[in-house]
Ligand binder design. Sequence first.
Ligand SMILES: [Mn+2]
Length: 278
Amino acid sequence: MFNGFAQDFDSSEVVLFGSPFDGTASYRAGSRFAPMEIRNISESLETYSPYLQLDLQDYSLHDAGDLPLYAAANDVENILDKIEAFASHIATQGKKPLMLGGDHLTTLPSIRAVFRSYPDLCVIQLDAHTDLADKFMGDALSHASVMRRVWDFLGDKRIFQLGIRSGPGEEFRWAEGRTYLYPFNLKKINSVVEAVGGRPVYLTVDLDVLDPSVAPGTGTPEPGGVFFHELLETLMACRSLNIVAADLVELAPHYDHSGASTVAAAKLVREIAGLMVI
Ligand SMILES: [Mn+2]
């Protein structure tokens, strides 16, 4: 159990669950271990957030554990269906899903499920990579194509991408007029918050938005990223938003033997959960 997520499903406002799948990692796998390691390390993390000045223990939060995705490891669509079904199960009851990935493709079924409950959904993506490939190595379902697949059903100008500093030129050009892509850093968050207004938000945080000196434990590290406090300040700038679902993806804990990347991820989960209940 993630520290502080002690309530039962029925009484909870936020439901945490893990999607331990890294089958589409293009460089190096390992994010399947993220949910387990994040939970382990959360035991050493305070449940109190001094940033939001709230204690997770005072809120109705449930940890539903990990989805059993190993058995179908070679069947991507089957895995995505399982994630979508569970996220739907949460969202249709008016609860807020908070998913621990997994590679970034796990975000697709989670957003798809939430979108059915919130047709005017916006997506805020904090990430190093465009993730807008129509096909990556011939594959339409890849962590490098996740935002393109989300755009397929969400349409133009509903996806806000910040921190982006890597991707093919054609994806940066494709983004023009279709998504709001703010490269290199997170400084445009205030205009994003203003543009989103009161609409429901799905927040997806790819851990590789952080600089690899902060979080080397990820599948596709990308130099030139933000420091932890910048990401934290960005999250705090989102406190007025109506965040109805969120995820944290792409932690591959075993590439960082210090454990610091996992601590960073766990701390982000605590703050994101806080944003979802205030
Ligand atoms: Mn990504």
